[in-house]
Design a binder for this molecule. Structure first.
Ligand code: UDP
Length: 245
């Protein structure tokens, strides 16, 4: 079902965005890995905004498959565990690329860890050219360095690609005073500043990602990815979300 505002050509807030999808979201209701129904729903949401002329950078996490910290907690050397996490993001990127291409969205995957037989290496100027041609660029393998996360990757690529906003799609519909899954009295913020997120230690994204967005004056929008059509709704300034600016 296309979203209710897809046909209305509502003016959208931004021309070029970075969309961060956490790996966890791709699990859907399954306990591990990639739920293809969820991947297809995410792809349809993306098609909807690409069809309206939005230039889209995509960063996908890897937490549905492997997190470096989890490996380190089980005794692995941290850097090796982080490389496994980065490789997990490549699998997710290929799954989302496949789903997007199936519905006619042109894409390129660029990996921060070169793997020439699978996808392009990350080359900033080339990525910009793809965006100008209307292709969705999926940035895989995080920053290519251990000890970082895909939140930091999203912030870094958003700045490098000159994005007007970073959209973070999660399983909750914004930023709350406490975890709404654990605390029923938690309240959702409509707006917040980057600095407030840091000062209150709200767990939206890594502090380094928030600080980078603050320093580059890039707003962050946090919204729920669970409902089909939310990405377009939020870009049209509608729907439930938290704006960090
Ligand atoms: N990772 C990394 N460097 C990066 C990005 C990611 O080492 O620049 C590793 C890290 O181990 C992380 C894993 O990749 O735990 C998966 O990314 P993340 O946890 O950010 O995924 P998400 O929580 O968004 O699913």
């Amino acid at each position: 079902m296309p979203s209710d505002i897809a046909d209305q050509k509502t003016p959208l807030r931004y021309k070029r965005i970075l969309y961060k999808v956490s790996g966890e979201v791709l699990m859907g209701d399954t306990p591990f890995g990639i739920d293809m129904n969820t991947v297809h729903r995410v792809a349809e949401d993306i098609k909807e905004i690409v069809d309206q002329g939005v230039e889209l950078c995509l960063v996908i996490g890897g937490g549905n498959i492997f997190r470096g910290l989890a490996g380190a907690a089980k005794g692995m050397e941290r850097s090796s565990a982080d490389y496994m996490g980065m490789l997990a993001t490549v699998m997710n990127a290929l799954a989302v690329q496949d789903a997007l291409e199936q519905i006619g969205v042109s894409t390129r995957v660029q990996s921060a860890i070169p793997m020439a037989t699978v996808c392009e290496p990350y080359i900033r100027r080339r990525a910009l050219r793809h965006l100008e041609k209307g292709r969705v660029v999926i940035f895989a393998a995080g920053t290519g360095s251990p000890y970082f996360t895909t939140d930091t990757t999203a912030a870094l690529r958003a700045a490098e690609m000159d994005c007007e906003a970073l959209l973070k799609g999660t399983s909750v519909d914004g930023v709350y005073t406490a975890d709404p899954k654990k605390d029923s009295s938690a309240k959702r913020f409509d707006t917040l500043s980057h600095q407030e997120v840091l000062t209150r230690d709200l767990r939206v994204m890594d502090a380094s990602a928030i600080a980078m967005m603050r320093d580059n004056a890039i707003p962050i929008i946090v919204f729920s990815i669970k409902e089909r059509g939310n990405l377009l709704r939020v870009l049209a300034g509608e729907g439930v979300h938290t704006l960090i600016a």
